[in-house]
Design a protein around this ligand. Sequence first.
Ligand code: PLP
Length: 352
Amino acid sequence: MSSYQGVLHRYQGLLDLPAHTRTVTLMEGNTPLIPAQRLAEQLGGGFELFIKFEGLNPTGSFKDRGMTAAVSEAYGRDAKAVICASTGNTAASAAAYAARAGMRSVVLIPQGKVAAGKLAGALAYGAQVIQVEGSFDDALSMVVQITQKQPICLVNSLNPYRIEGQKSAAFEICDVLGSAPDWLCLPVGNAGNITAYWAGFKQYHELKSSGLPQVLGVQAEGAAPLVLGHPVDKPETVATAIRIGRPARGEQALQAAEESGGRIIAVSDDEILKMQRALAGLEGLWVEPASAAGLAGLTHELKAGRFEAKGKRIVAVCTGHGLKDPDIITKEMSRPLVVPPSLEALEEAILK
Ligand SMILES: *Cc1c(COP(=O)(O)O)cnc(C)c1O
């Protein structure tokens, strides 16, 4: 039998969770760190590039790392229900872990703004899904208010245990590489993940002198409050997972970037979609658009001559699986060719 029992078990003692926590796990974490040599060559070469493929978590995104912690804490004190606002992946994850714990889950999503694969997930796991005629930020404000009045557990990344669980990704990277990378590139939406990575790398460094990466956080141009320096009322981007105008942990994200000697930048939707295709076409890694933002940001900086990559070891976090948002591919790509059922037609189509 496999001895792997999920991130709470593996990093027991390093995650600050209350004593009453009772583990609810789907064996999340332990995701591969995949070398991306062909992509690195295309970007100019001379450096090592690894993809932390978080789309291989049980519900298809890194959200499972934090959700196992948040739901385990709630379950341990006999909470009966969890609630979150979500651009999609948090909803699917909350619903799955709640189901496993026998708890009720309620998720609020911005109407019409959630990828079909994510909504389907939340419904499949039995969540009560409520569409809000408003943005993610409106939905988040509603769940914060209701959890102050009602005995329902908030499992957005404002929940401190989510951050604790998500630190495990930084630990895994150090464990696999033997130390922290020189740079970590990742998308930034509500900014829980960048906050968790930075906390994780710092904690490991104190414990094991594993070193600290510089952090490149990447937002989408139409949803870049941390780059603009003010909230964005109507955030717009194809990268639905980072379509957020008022990041709950914005201050901490800016602090992580600054402390690490890194920065937060914005890239266009076009750059994001190009990188999504490059990852799939060059490396066989299909990620959802938001997940390509970190690498799109690295490319952007390299092209602008603002990034010294030579000899560096770079890890890019690909936060979610492409299967979550298949529509974007079918919309962007030309429709497959139709041929009659004959060998000649097939030869004509593929050999000419
Ligand atoms: C949630 C999410 C993000 C953004 O993470 P934050 O912690 O909100 O910054 C990026 N990509 C994917 C696929 C996500 O699900």
